[in-house]
Design a protein around this ligand. Structure first.
Ligand code: HAM
Length: 438
C-alpha cells in the first residue's frame, strides 16, 4: 500500500495551492490597507504556552510530545499565545498601537467534520495598546472588508457580536455568583446545539438560581434594545450599554452596520477574552464560523509580562474556501499558465537553439513561456499548448527565402489569423504590448 497522508491534513495540488494563494493574497491586500504589518513565530512552542490560557478545549486537542532535549512541546494550535509572548518581550520599545498580522498554519487534533480539519491556515489580525471601543470597531471592519473583497455581502454573511463585560454586568445584576460565570459561558456557547433541559441542568448544577436560569435561557433571543429596556436601570449594565452603543455607532459610521447582529450567545470558547467578542457566519447557516475574535485585555500581562489592552481575530482558510466555492466566488483557472507556447516544425534539425534563445528573451521580459521538451509533430504541439491553456502559440519556421536562412515567427493567438514576424525583437515587442494591454 502506498503511504497516505494523515487524516485531517491536506495535500495542496496546484489547483488547491492556487486557491490557497488567492485567499492569502486577498487577506494581505485588505489587511495592508488598514496599515497592519506581517510577522511570524515558530510552529513548535513550549506546551506551557497553551496550557495556562488557551482554554480547555484547545488543550485537549494539542499535538504535543517530549522532544529529544526532554522539553514538553506542542505544535501551535493558535497564534494568540505566541503573539502575546512576542509583543510582551518588546512592547516597551514599540510604537502603539501595535498592528500586526500573520498567516500561520495551525494544528488541532479535532474531531473531524465539515469545516474542521487537523491543520488549517488562519489569518490573525491583532491590535495592541488601545482600550477604546473604536479599536474593536476597526478590527471588525478589517474582517468584514475582507468578506466584501471576496464578493460576500450582508446578504451572504453576518457578524454576531457580544460583549463579555456587558454579559458579566447582567449576570451580576441577576446575582449569579462569579464562580458560576464560566459555566454560564459554556452553556450560552452551546445553547443552540444543546437540548434546553441539559442547558438548564448545567446552570442549576453551577449554582444558578431558578429565576436566573429562566433569565439566562432567554438571553439567546435578546436584542440589544431588550437589554437596554430590561437591564438598563442597573448602573453596571448601564455603563456597558453606553460602551457598546459607542461601538455600534462606530460600526455604522464605518459602513458595516448592515452586517451586525447583537447576540449574547457569542462568548467564544477561548478562555482569555475579556470584552467585545464576535464571530462571522454565513446567513444560510450551512457552515461553521468563518472567523472569530475579540478583546483580551489580560493575556499580555499573563504571557508577555506587560499590562496592555489587546484585541484580534482569527479567520481560517477552510470554511472560507468552502463558502467561496459554494457561492461560486472562487475564481476558476487560477493557475499560472504559459503566456506563450513556442513550437517548431519537427523537420527542423537545428531545434532547439533558436527556441531556447527566444524563450530566454521572452522570459527575461516577464512572460511565462513553455515549449515541448522533446521533438513532436506540430499538430501535437498545438494540441498540448491548447490543453495547457497557453494564450499564444508561436510557430518558429526557417525562412528559406532569406539568404542566411534566418527564422520567421508565425503567431496564432486564437483571436485572428496568423501574424508573421521577421525578427525576435518584433515578436517580443508585440507579445509584451499585448500582455500589457490585457
Ligand atoms: P478560533 O475561534 O479558535 O480562534 O479560530 C478562528 C477561526 O479559525 C475559526 O472561526 C475557523 O474559521 C478557523 N478554525 C479553527 N479551528 C479550525 C479547524 N480545526 N479547522 C479549520 N478551521 C479552523 C482563535 O484561534 C483565536 N486565537 C483567534 C484570535 C486571534 N483571537 C484573538 N486574536
Amino acid at each position: 500500500m502506498p503511504p497516505k497522508s494523515l487524516p485531517g491534513f491536506r495535500d495542496f495540488y496546484p489547483e488547491q495551492f492556487a486557491e490557497r494563494e488567492f485567499i492569502f493574497k486577498t487577506w494581505r491586500r485588505v489587511v495592508r490597507r488598514y496599515a497592519f504589518v506581517e510577522y511570524d513565530a515558530p510552529p513548535l512552542e513550549t506546551l506551557e504556552l497553551y496550557t495556562s490560557k488557551s482554554g480547555e478545549e484547545i488543550v485537549t486537542q494539542l499535538y504535543n510530545f517530549v522532544d529529544k532535549g526532554e522539553r514538553a512541546v506542542a505544535m501551535r494550535p493558535e497564534m494568540t499565545p505566541s503573539f502575546a509572548r512576542m509583543v510582551g518581550a518588546k512592547a516597551q520599545s514599540m510604537r502603539k498601537p501595535i498592528r500586526w498580522f500573520s498567516i500561520p498554519q495551525l494544528f488541532r487534533y479535532e474531531r473531524m467534520q465539515k469545516g474542521r480539519l487537523r491543520e488549517h491556515f488562519q489569518l490573525n489580525v491583532d491590535l495592541v495598546g488601545e482600550s477604546e471601543a473604536l479599536a474593536d470597531a476597526e478590527l471588525l471592519s478589517v474582517a468584514l472588508e475582507i468578506m466584501r473583497e471576496f464578493g460576500l455581502s450582508a446578504e451572504d454573511i453576518c457578524a454576531r457580536v457580544s460583549d463579555r463585560r456587558l454579559l458579566n454586568a447582567m449576570l451580576n445584576h441577576l446575582a449569579v455568583p462569579e464562580a458560576a460565570w464560566a459555566s454560564v459561558y459554556a452553556v450560552l456557547d452551546k445553547i443552540e446545539r444543546q437540548p434546553k433541559d441539559v442547558s438548564r441542568e448545567r446552570l442549576s448544577a453551577a449554582g444558578v438560581s431558578e429565576s436566573s436560569v429562566d433569565a439566562i435561557m432567554g438571553f439567546s433571543g435578546l436584542a440589544f434594545s431588550d437589554v437596554v429596556a430590561q437591564y438598563g436601570d442597573s448602573q453596571l449594565v448601564g455603563e456597558q450599554v453606553r460602551e457598546f452603543t459607542a461601538y455600534l455607532d462606530s460600526l455604522a459610521a464605518l459602513g458595516i452596520g448592515e452586517f451586525i447582529r447583537f447576540d449574547l450567545t457569542i462568548v467564544r470558547g477561548l478562555a482569555y477574552y475579556t470584552g467585545i467578542v464576535f464571530e462571522l457566519f454565513d446567513l444560510h447557516g450551512e457552515f461553521r464560523a468563518i472567523c472569530g475574535g475579540g478583546r483580551y485585555d489580560k493575556l499580555l500581562s499573563t504571557l508577555g509580562g506587560v499590562d496592555l489592552p489587546a484585541l484580534g481575530f482569527g479567520m481560517g482558510d477552510v470554511v472560507l474556501g468552502e463558502l467561496l466555492r459554494a457561492r461560486e466566488l472562487m475564481p476558476q483557472d487560477l493557475n499560472n499558465v504559459a503566456d506563450v507556447w513556442l513550437a517548431q516544425p519537427d523537420s527542423d534539425d537545428s531545434y532547439p537553439a533558436i527556441t531556447l534563445k527566444l524563450a530566454t528573451r521572452l522570459r527575461s521580459r516577464g512572460l511565462a513561456v513553455e515549449y515541448p521538451l522533446r521533438r513532436q509533430r506540430v499538430d501535437k504541439q498545438f494540441d498540448a499548448a491548447r490543453k495547457a491553456g497557453a494564450r499564444n502559440f508561436v510557430l518558429i519556421e526557417r525562412d528559406s527565402t532569406s539568404p542566411d536562412a534566418q527564422y520567421r515567427f508565425r503567431l496564432r493567438d486564437g483571436s485572428h489569423s496568423d501574424l508573421q514576424f521577421a525578427s525576435v525583437d518584433a515578436l517580443t515587442e508585440h507579445l509584451i504590448m499585448k500582455q500589457d494591454n490585457s
